[in-house]
Design a protein around this ligand. Structure first.
Ligand SMILES: [Zn+2]
Ligand SMILES: [Zn+2]
Length: 214
């Protein structure tokens, strides 16, 4: 056995996965084959996967035309264990996060305008692609984001949807100080951060469990 072979992760033939057979029914634990990555995909051994409200919408049948049967879950943290032959930017051992958006065409109008979230041909993790309620998943290289070591576990998973949406909103707001800030998380240390981000005479609204304080 070469040194390179010895360093290569051992990948089993099958994995445990939670599967949605039909919307409105409970997920079922079953053994599935570990998927093979396509040319532009990586195989990721999953460390953690968060639960987002959108997962519940999919499971309850409130989003149309999911892939069925489906492995839900789109807040995925894991480690790359195999790469497709055209993969260039990810390698075995990389810690990555996999979000809701799993594929875009990269060709037509919205993708060309940097509005790939509107791509007509988009595919979504845990909805039209299998997701993260399993031991392994495949994902397109372009939609695997490198993660810092401190986010390599369960604490990193919510960043792949809730965190990503929050950051995008923050990035789109411009550099100016805010007129108001809304805190959704029940974490007191966010209050000073919110107050530093607002202009004079600010409103910092703490919304939690149906209560709001200003
Ligand atoms: Zn989500
Ligand atoms: Zn597109």
């Amino acid at each position: 056995m070469s040194t390179e072979d010895a360093a290569r992760p051992v990948i089993p033939a099958t994995m445990q996965a939670m599967v949605l057979d039909k919307p409105g029914t409970p997920l079922r634990l079953m053994a599935l084959p570990v998927p093979m990555p396509g040319p532009q995909e990586v195989l990721v051994k999953i460390t953690a996967c968060g639960v987002c409200r959108t997962d519940l919408h999919v499971i309850d049948g409130e989003l149309p035309h999911p892939k069925l049967p489906l492995v839900p879950g789109h807040e995925i943290v894991g480690t790359v264990v195999r790469t497709g032959e055209q993969v260039g930017s990810r390698k075995i051992g990389d810690v990555v996060g996999i979000p809701w958006m799993g594929y875009t065409c990269g060709t037509f109008r919205y993708c060309r305008r940097q509005q790939e979230n509107l791509c007509e041909y988009a595919l979504f993790t845990g909805y039209t692609l299998d997701g993260g309620y399993a031991e392994y998943t495949v994902a397109y290289e372009k939609y695997c984001f490198p993660l810092a070591t401190q986010y390599a576990g369960p604490e990193g998973a919510p960043l792949l949807c809730a965190g990503l949406i929050g950051y995008r909103s923050y990035a789109m707001k411009g550099p100016e100080l805010l007129d108001a800030a809304i805190i959704f998380a029940p974490a007191g240390e966010l209050v000073p951060a919110a107050l530093q981000s607002v202009d004079k005479g600010p409103i910092a609204c703490c919304g939690r469990n149906g209560l709001s304080a200003v």
